[in-house]
Design a protein around this ligand. Structure first.
Ligand SMILES: [Zn+2]
Ligand SMILES: [Zn+2]
Length: 219
């Protein structure tokens, strides 16, 4: 079980990285990405602190840890440059905080993220046909989220991904220990979004593939 979207005290999470990782290990996770909320003001603050943590602590952890960012409420015209800056600063994974219906995310965020070729578009809300087609073409994974509020549009995201051939991942968007849910609950959330058992397993495999690729690229 792998989760590619979590938060620590470097944004609005409750736990410092070491405790988040420990809690995730005990919750049964084999891989985790820390993806704190980033904008132009704190991108480097996050990466300059989390990358050394991953380097120092990584060899002693019982799960595979990767470090990225979740670009959040960044004005859409700035998103392409921010994605480049994040990768140049060492982000192993770039997530964008998509157009969830429960926050006033700027219109155009989904499209800008997909065009920029991010790894995961988180909680993309009422994503359009054009956006899903482009996500499929560019290999941008769309997120089924277990987080309350954001999860209200999971059914739409699942149906659109199936219809237009986009890949899915399932994420906790964990901010607190209780958000690191069990394998069983992940499956139930996925099935509740309308995925079949096979589609659920494929989404979990997609996260494994992303994790393996990132680990390979970062030696
Ligand atoms: Zn948050
Ligand atoms: Zn998040």
């Amino acid at each position: 079980m792998i989760d590619l979207h979590t938060h620590t005290t470097f944004s609005d999470g409750e736990l410092i990285p070491a405790e988040l990782v420990r809690r995730a290990t005990k919750a049964g996770y084999q891989g985790l990405a820390i993806t704190d909320h980033a904008d132009p003001s704190n991108l480097h603050l996050i990466l300059d602190n989390l990358l050394p943590f991953a380097k120092q602590a990584g060899p002693f952890l019982d799960l595979n840890l990767i470090v990225g960012v979740e670009l959040t409420h960044v004005p859409p015209p700035l998103i392409p440059d921010m994605v480049e800056q994040a990768r140049a600063a060492g982000a192993m994974l770039v997530v964008v905080h998509g157009e969830t219906i429960v926050e006033p995310v700027a219109r155009g965020t989904n499209l800008a993220a997909i065009e920029a070729g991010v790894d995961v578009l988180a909680h993309p809300g009422l994503i359009t046909e054009q956006e899903v087609l482009l996500a499929a073409e560019k290999g941008v994974h769309l997120e089924i989220t277990t987080r309350k509020g954001h999860s209200l549009t999971n059914g739409h995201v699942a149906a659109m991904a199936r219809r237009f051939g986009a890949k899915l991942v399932i994420d906790n968007d964990a901010h607190a220990p209780g958000d690191l849910i069990s394998q069983d609950l992940r499956r139930q959330v996925a099935l509740g979004a309308g995925l079949s058992q096979e589609e659920y397993l494929e989404a979990e495999r997609n996260a494994q593939h992303i994790m393996s690729r990132v680990l390979r690229q970062n030696g």
